[in-house]
Write a protein that binds this ligand. Structure first.
Ligand code: ADP
Length: 272
């Protein structure tokens, strides 16, 4: 359960003000058994910003994204999306879980692209992209197809529209996965090491697609990546994690050229 030290007033933010962060973690704790992966984590992502999480393997970066997709349950603390309680809310003088129906509405504002693509098997490219807009958002099939075709154009995959996804290369599957996430019109896009499973020569194609999305939309993005040059180009801010804690937070220029924390220097020396 959340730490009830926060005032009830702090839970009444609305999403009408531009000052409300797109994402806010308050005192978030996540344990797997005895393993405390996140320990009282606080951070927020302003609307429209691109934030990159860096840090050694096992430092809790993917867990943060999975909590935001409600693929994991919190052990403590709160997550708010656009100021709306996402996990727990203060009601009748006690903390209660946000009802699943309302949580789903908020979750639909969040899209995620995974390292291993996670496309629906035995479906065509087009079917993958229209599935959720039709079945979750209730779009008409014609509208969903028109949107999907526009997105396939954007990610350079129009010619593969009717291919089964198992006929595609890794890079092509990842471009379809990006189009599928965008088809849900997310306000927030989570990108979890989306190029790590790809052959080096196609990494650049996928990064080009993401760069264009960053340049042409105002979607809030939270990225976990080992592509430091890409992180440097597209991020507004970089957070360095170690053992579930933020050890340093800076603009990309400072983080990559003049980090102040020893742990960051050590990490960057190993990966750059
Ligand atoms: P990162 O993305 O920084 O590599 P993760 O968030 O994937 O780190 O993992 C953080 C820690 O949580 C690791 O110690 C990992 O073993 C543990 N962990 C992640 N997912 C699970 C799970 N489903 N069950 C048990 N432990 C997990």
């Amino acid at each position: 359960m959340p730490d009830p030290t926060h005032s009830a007033e702090s839970q009444t933010m609305t999403n009408t003000s531009g000052d409300v962060p797109a994402i806010e973690f308050r005192d978030v704790t996540k344990r797997f058994g005895d393993n405390v992966v996140l320990d009282g984590l606080n951070f927020s992502v302003p609307q429209g910003q691109r934030i990159t999480l860096i840090g050694p393997s096992g430092s809790g970066k993917t867990t943060i994204l999975r909590l935001l997709m409600t693929l994991e349950e919190l052990s403590g603390g709160l997550i708010l999306i656009d100021g709306d309680p996402y996990t727990h809310e203060y009601k009748g003088e006690k903390w209660v879980a946000v009802p699943e129906k309302r949580r789903r509405v908020v979750r639909n504002r969040v899209g995620m692209v995974f390292q291993q693509f996670n496309l629906f098997p035995n479906m065509t490219v087009l079917e993958n992209i229209i599935e959720s807009p039709v079945h979750v958002l209730g779009k008409s099939k014609a509208e969903a197809i028109a949107d999907a075709e526009r997105l396939l154009e954007k990610v350079g995959m129009s010619e593969k529209r009717d291919f089964n996804t198992n006929q595609l290369s890794g890079g092509q599957q990842q471009r379809v996965a990006i189009a599928r996430a965008l088809a849900m019109d997310p306000e927030i896009l989570l990108l979890d090491e989306v190029t790590s499973a790809l052959d080096p020569e196609i990494v650049a194609d996928v990064l080009d697609v993401l760069r264009e999305i960053a340049e042409t939309t105002d979607i809030t993005m939270l990225l976990v990546t080992h592509e430091m040059q890409f992180a440097r180009e597209v991020s507004d801010r970089v957070l360095m994690f170690d053992k579930g804690q933020i050890v340093e937070e800076a603009d990309p220029e400072t983080m990559f050229t003049n980090p102040s924390h020893e742990r960051t220097k050590e990490f960057l020396k190993a990966v750059l």
